[in-house]
Design a protein around this ligand. Structure first.
Ligand code: GRF
Length: 223
């Protein structure tokens, strides 16, 4: 089953991607230069890299920034031959000085779009106001529900029957910027944290390349 409104991604576990207005591919010319910021696993970073390699997203990941030197995102960057930089927040006096360093690296690579893909740090206006409306975050719930941490666990324990993921622009208020795209998944009676996390990640990996393309296309056409 596939139409503009609903794609059946995985009939076995009833995972539905609800994606009302996105065409299958939005071409970007020139290709968008992206920075990805990740703290851990990096599966969304890899999903973006794969979409680029498969010509589903006209982009280049110019830099991956990580704040943990043992994170799996680094292994993935090596696998894809993507430049990464480890910037250790523990070496900076405060959030502002850390974000200043990040801004200088992002400016150096002249990126147009910044994707926070599992970036487990609060960002300051120093970063946000340098790239207004150009920073995108992936959050594992249907915002505005379950903002903050442990969103999947809280959704599971709350009794809601549907949850999902949201791709949104980053503003100072956490998990509150303009929504670019959302995808939903049914919570089954037998779901636990692990199975629901997997379902949500399938949605995220499918949605993030499309959300990037659409957001970039929109801001380019409004300039
Ligand atoms: C994702 O579930 C995302 O929604 C949240 O952090 C997780 C990162 O996963 N912000 P990964 O590191 O991309 O695998």
């Amino acid at each position: 089953m596939e139409n503009n409104n609903i794609m059946d991604l995985n009939a076995e576990n009833n995972t539905l991607l609800i994606n009302p207005s996105f065409p299958s591919k939005v071409s970007l010319s020139p290709a968008v230069k992206i920075a990805v910021m990740a703290s851990g696993n990096g599966s969304n970073f890899e999903a973006i890299a794969r979409a680029i390699d498969s010509d589903l997203l006209d982009a280049k990941i110019s830099i991956l920034i990580v704040n943990n030197d043992d994170c799996k995102a680094i292994e993935r960057a090596k696998k894809f031959g993507i430049h990464y930089e480890y910037i250790d927040h523990r070496k900076f006096a405060n959030r502002n000085s850390y974000d200043k360093e990040i801004v200088s690296r992002l400016k150096y690579f002249n990126v147009e779009c910044i994707v926070m893909a599992g970036w487990m740090r609060i960002v300051t206006p120093i970063l946000i106001n340098t790239f207004p409306n150009k920073i995108i975050n992936i959050h594992p719930s249907i915002l505005p529900s379950f903002k903050g941490t442990k969103s999947i666990e809280r959704a599971l324990n709350s009794g809601v029957k549907i949850t999902g993921c949201t791709i949104h622009k980053v503003i100072e208020e956490i998990d509150s910027g303009e929504i670019i795209a959302q995808a939903a998944v049914k919570i089954d009676i037998e779901d636990d944290l692990s199975s629901l996390t997997k379902k949500i990640q399938v949605l995220e990996h499918n949605l993030i390349p499309k959300a990037i393309a659409n957001a970039v296309n929109e801001w380019r056409s409004s300039n």
